[in-house]
Design a protein around this ligand. Structure first.
Ligand SMILES: [Zn+2]
Ligand SMILES: [Zn+2]
Ligand SMILES: [Zn+2]
Ligand SMILES: [Zn+2]
Length: 345
C-alpha cells in the first residue's frame, strides 16, 4: 500500500498518536519532530514490530523548535541518549544547538523538557513528564523507585525478549533532586521570596493561623485581654510510634538536601537542646508520658528512632514547620516538649 505522500510504501505507524494511519518512514519521522518519545511499529514482512523512532533514522534537534541548527557542524556528532519517559525507556539521537550564543548542554536539555542524569557530559535523561508521574505515584501510593522503574521497563518490552537499559540508580538520584527542586520552587526560595517572621523553609505553612506581619493587624498587641483569644494559636502534639528506624549502617553520602528547612527540627539545634536538657529530671507527675514506661523491655532494642512526635495546628490540621522530632526510646519529656522551645513557626 502506498503512503498518502505517494513517495513510497506505507510500512510504519505510530502507536502513541491517535488514529495514526500506516505511513512511509519519512512521513513518520516528519510528523514526530516535536514528539520524539513515541513508539512506532514497522512491518517487517511477518508482523508489525515495535521500534524506537531512532530505529527509523529519526534525530532530535535542540534549541530551534525541533529544526536543525544552522551552525551545526558536520564534524559535531550527535549524542545517543537513553531517555526514560512515562511510556518506557527510549534511545534518542540528539543534536545540540551550536549557535555562537548557545546555552550549555544541560540547559538545552532542560529547556526541551529533559532532566539530565548527570551534569557532566550527560548521556541519560528523564522527561519532565515521567518525573512528575513518579513524584505523584511516590506520594499517593508510596511506590518505590525500583517498582516504578520495573513498570517502565515492562512498558518498554513486556515480553522479556529485548534488553532494556537499566536506569534505576539514576532515577533514584534524579527523582529525589526533582522532588527537592519542586519543593524549593513552590516555597519561592529560588526567587528570594521571604515571608515575615519565618525562617527559610520548603514547607507549606498554615496561612489561616495567626501570623504576625502576614495576616494579623499591625496593632494586634494592643488587643484587650478579654479579646486576646482571637489571636490565639491552637496547637496540638501527638506521637507516632510506628514510624521507626532500625539501627543499620548508613550510606555516608546519603545526605539531606533540605536539612532544617522542612518539618523536622534542625539536627544540630536538637542535639544541643537535648544535651542541655539531659540533666533535668522528667516530671513524674505528668500522666501524658506514660507510653514509654508501659512498653515491654527490649522493644526498642536495635531501634535508632522509635517514633516521631509532631505538632499540628488543631484547627486546620496543618503540620508546623520545624516542629517534628525523632524519639530515641518511647516518649520522652524532652522530645515531647521540644516544639514549645524550638518551633520556628
Ligand atoms: Zn506519534
Ligand atoms: Zn509518506
Ligand atoms: Zn543553534
Ligand atoms: Zn492553622
Amino acid at each position: 500500500m502506498p503512503c498518502a505522500c505517494e513517495r513510497s510504501k506505507a510500512t510504519s505507524r505510530c502507536r502513541d498518536c491517535l488514529q495514526c494511519p500506516l505511513q512511509c518512514e519519512e512521513c513518520v519521522r516528519d510528523g514526530h519532530r516535536l514528539n520524539p518519545l513515541h513508539w512506532v511499529e514497522t512491518w517487517n514482512g511477518r508482523y508489525l514490530e515495535k521500534k524506537d523512532l531512532s530505529d527509523l533514522g529519526f534525530e532530535m534537534y535542540l534549541g530551534h523548535g525541533g529544526l536543525p541548527c544552522k551552525y551545526a557542524l558536520s564534524a559535531a556528532h550527535p549524542i545517543t541518549y537513553t531517555i526514560t519517559h512515562s511510556n518506557g525507556v527510549h534511545r534518542v539521537i540528539i543534536h545540540e544547538c551550536h549557535c555562537p550564543s548557545r546555552r550549555p548542554s544541560v540547559s538545552q536539555l532542560l529547556r526541551a523538557g529533559l532532566f539530565p542524569a548527570t551534569l557532566n557530559r550527560p548521556e541519560s535523561a528523564f522527561s519532565f513528564d515521567v518525573l512528575r508521574q513518579w513524584d505523584l505515584h511516590f506520594l499517593t501510593s508510596k511506590k518505590g523507585a525500583y517498582d516504578y522503574f520495573n513498570a517502565l521497563r515492562r512498558l518498554t518490552d513486556n515480553s522479556g525478549t529485548r534488553t532494556v537499559k537499566n536506569r534505576y540508580r539514576e532515577m533514584n538520584v534524579v527523582g529525589r533532586v526533582w522532588q527537592h527542586l519542586t519543593a524549593e520552587k513552590r516555597a519561592g526560595l529560588p526567587h528570594g521570596l521571604v515571608l515575615p517572621n519565618r525562617a527559610p523553609s520548603i514547607t507549606v505553612p498554615c496561612v489561616a493561623c495567626p501570623w504576625p506581619g502576614f495576616n494579623m493587624p499591625a496593632n494586634w498587641k494592643d488587643t484587650p485581654s478579654e479579646l486576646a483569644y482571637i489571636h490565639a494559636s491552637e496547637l496540638g502534639g501527638d506521637g507516632n510510634h510506628g514510624l521507626q528506624k532500625k539501627r543499620k549502617r548508613d550510606d555516608p553520602d546519603d545526605v539531606s538536601l533540605s536539612e532544617g528547612q522542612g518539618y523536622f527540627v534542625h539536627p544540630s539545634k536538637m542535639q544541643s537542646y537535648l544535651e542541655a536538657i539531659d540533666s533535668e529530671p522528667a516530671p513524674e507527675t505528668c500522666s501524658g508520658f506514660k507510653v514509654g514506661r508501659a512498653q515491654r523491655p527490649g522493644k526498642f532494642r536495635n531501634l535508632e528512632v522509635s517514633g516521631v512526635v509532631a505538632v499540628i495546628c488543631i484547627r486546620h490540621g496543618c503540620f508546623r514547620p520545624g516542629a517534628m522530632v525523632d524519639l530515641q526510646k518511647g516518649e520522652r519529656y524532652a522530645s515531647s516538649h521540644t516544639y514549645s522551645s524550638l518551633s520556628d513557626r
